[in-house]
Design a binder for this molecule. Sequence first.
Ligand SMILES: [Zn+2]
Ligand SMILES: [Zn+2]
Length: 396
Amino acid sequence: MPTTTNKDYYALLGVKKTATPEEIRKAFRKAARKYHPDVNPGDKKAEEKFKEISEANDILSDEKKRKIYDQVGFYSDQIDPAQAEAYARQQNSGGRPPVDFGGFDFSGFQGGGGPGPQAGAGSSTWGSFKDIFSGIFSGAPDAQRPRGPQPGSDLEYQATVDFWTAIRGGPARLQIHRQEICPTCHGQAHTGGPMTCPECNGSGQVTQMGGRMKFNIPCPRCNGTGRVSNDCPTCHGEGTISKTETVEFRIKPGTRDGQRIRLQGKGNAGVNGGAAGDLFVIVRTGAHPVFTRTGDDIHITVPVTVPEASLGAKVDVPTIDGRAQLKIPPGTQSGQKLRMRERGVESASNAGQRGDQIVTVNVVVPHLQDERSKEIMRELAKLNSQDPRVTLFDKL
Ligand SMILES: [Zn+2]
Ligand SMILES: [Zn+2]
């Protein structure tokens, strides 16, 4: 009969038996960082090691469980703390312990459904690396696989569309990875009928060591039935497979940067008939060499000559619809902003509404080469002799 060996949880985490909860927590985090399946993709040894340290952490980080483990040599939810206490006292007094655990159901002995040594987990059932370190991780990622319909999770992706597609609308495509219903078992997770449990060879019992005692306990893999379902070879009992897919969708005219598009049912497939999740696409709009977009407004910087700025002029400026005439008022200063109403982007949310185009004027000062031009400029200075800096000194 196969024997489930006892594990030295302290040695697994590399801490002393007297370790404080803080030391245990630190040791687990350090080990988890090293062995987590996310950082060792496809490494079976690391995965096995990760299961072991997770199990050790599950027991040792819980004051009640740790005490029972210290007293009995293994942990089960079924052990009454008073019984464990009595057992430990017997051990310490040196006598052969007559304490009888026979009446207990040890079916849950793997740390209350924690990741046991026989748990057959696919990598997708692990909590993500992030989960452990944000403290959400409970230490039981593959405890009791749910039997009822489970809805698929939502997915979120970013898609960058070019400047013009965001304004005018158009088709876009995106490559995603999603969980899809397994084509072999059609999401049933198993194929054919149940088979003999490989853990207990169909006997329904395994031997557990407790100190110097041996216990026959119901096999944790098959819950003592001796039979387990035959996992589907394609999806390894998950019911879903990971697939890369290209999804096509339409960008509405006027789509803004950061806008979310919901594609119903394009998320991960559900299990056991559960509905598929949704795919959320966050649109990132591309840049343009001349135009800058803010919401529905378009910004542009336009160079203007000194005569145009001082005398006023009508100049052609680019807009997203092509050329348009802009009136520069006399006396326009460099940096001044002029608004061209409803020359911006057509709103995606409010039909018939358009943003504005905001023109920043950049007065270009000429480099005078010839004597005649310089003469004219000097004459101009004489005629307009006011000091533009005078107000600066007024405020000192
Ligand atoms: Zn399958
Ligand atoms: Zn079994």
